[in-house]
Design a protein around this ligand. Structure first.
Ligand code: C5P
Length: 399
């Protein structure tokens, strides 16, 4: 693990002890400034291995060189990750041993930031974090609370026990290896004429997060998404579609190999019956200043997949979403049955921090027997993680 120079470094010997107790082998690399906050001797004592700090120390390089150390690690944990180290990581600086190791390693990297709230919120830090995330660096925390600098807010190092649990999870086997996960995401757009569409507020964030997480867990993932501003996640094959019928055709094409189907898309339920070939002119609607748009139902993709999966009996897991504005759980249970799903992710889109085009979600899982597990508000990424934990569990129970 890499320890950089922030006050939270005093918590790191405790974290190292927890990791060692969990059976992991931990080797510590400190940045130069980290030694101002925690001693190499403390880290050496708890890890049971020499602690490295200097890129050019002949005796240290003799014992194990920095490239060998980078290759040796199954995971690199950066804790605490200061604003300065995150900036250096984001720019790929190899100015000292820590940065060199982080460039050379091919192992997953988990960073636990800790800093003053204003430093954390600063656009420079946020841009660095975003860039690192895009490259696949995972983040845990920071948490909100009292900070060592005297401020209150976001910036506390995540609880060492929580960091240790995340490390263990990451080092766990790729539990979805061999699964083929098909995810629908985003809203569809149904043409009224060549210019106008019937659309909805979905951004595609939830489904995209599910696809990204399934890929991290080793599944082969196809993401079938309506128009979205989001980039395709690493390791995910994305198929972009416009309309419900295009989405249906794309799902049908992938269904043969699919072992887990997750319908997170907000498929338009209605489409104009007869889209106009030319742009409808406003003066073409006559005196009444009104026009009636006749709509018809679109195919229910999830219901079709649920039906086909039940008929084929091949063990495909089918997961749906239910975005509701009232009677959430009753509607979710109804959908579970009607669409022959194994799990419904229900969210009340009227709640703050839930639903369309925000980065968080408040959801409940409604399981095969109608049982409910409620989650508190969390990022869509965390919701995706919990959903896939749940899917893995269902998979285990069924096989
Ligand atoms: O019936 P309702 O639209 O509320 O159901 C929501 C669930 O059904 C979501 O999982 C959504 O992706 C899926 N769905 C679908 N095709 C439709 C409508 C909804 O796959 N035409």
């Amino acid at each position: 693990m890499v320890i950089s120079g922030g006050i939270a470094a005093y918590k790191i010997p405790d974290l190292v002890r927890t990791l060692v107790r969990a059976g992991l082998v931990v080797r510590c690399v400190m940045t130069r400034s980290a030694a101002q906050f925690v001693t190499p001797l403390a880290l050496q004592t708890v890890s049971g291995h020499p602690v490295r700090a200097d890129l050019f120390d002949a005796s240290e390089e003799g014992a194990i060189d920095h490239i060998a150390l980078a290759d040796w690690a199954d995971l690199v944990l950066v804790a605490p990750a200061t604003a300065s180290l995150l900036a250096r990581m984001s720019h790929g600086l190899a100015d000292e041993l820590a940065g060199t190791l982080l460039l050379a390693t091919r192992a997953p990297v988990l960073a636990a930031p800790a800093m003053n709230v204003n430093m954390w919120r600063h656009p420079a830090t946020q841009e660095n974090v975003e860039r690192l995330r895009r490259r696949g660096v995972r983040f845990i925390g920071p948490e909100t609370g009292a900070l060592a600098c005297g401020w209150e807010g976001e910036g506390r190092l995540a609880d060492p026990a929580v960091i240790a649990a995340e490390v263990e999870l990451l080092l766990a086997p790729k539990r979805l290896a061999g699964e083929v996960v098909v995810v629908t995401a985003g809203g569809t757009r149904e043409p009224i004429d060549p210019v106008r569409v019937v659309a909805n507020r979905s951004s595609g964030k939830m489904g995209t997060a599910v696809a990204a997480e399934a890929a991290r867990r080793g599944a082969r993932v196809v993401l079938i998404s309506g128009p979205t501003a989001l980039a395709a996640p690493a390791g995910v094959h994305r198929v972009l579609v416009e309309t419900a019928s295009e989405m249906r055709a794309a799902v049908q094409a992938e269904l043969g190999a699919c072992t887990i189907f997750v319908a997170a898309a907000a498929v338009s339920d209605f489409r104009p019956l007869a889209p106009a070939a030319d742009k409808i002119k406003k003066d073409s609607i006559g005196e009444a200043s009104r026009m009636v748009l006749e709509l018809e139902r679109t195919p229910d993709i999830l219901a079709e997949v649920g039906e086909a999966s039940a008929r084929e009996g091949g063990g495909r897991l089918v997961v749906g979403f239910a975005a509701e504005t009232r009677d959430l759980l009753a509607a979710a249970r109804r959908k579970l049955e009607q669409k022959r799903c194994h799990l419904i992710v229900a969210n009340d889109v009227t709640r703050e921090g839930s639903g369309f085009d925000v980065d968080t979600n408040v959801v409940s899982f409604v399981g095969p027997g109608g049982e409910v597990e409620e989650l508190s508000m969390r990022s869509k990424r965390e919701v995706a993680e919990r959903l896939l934990d749940r899917i893995e569990k269902l998979r285990g129970e069924r096989s």
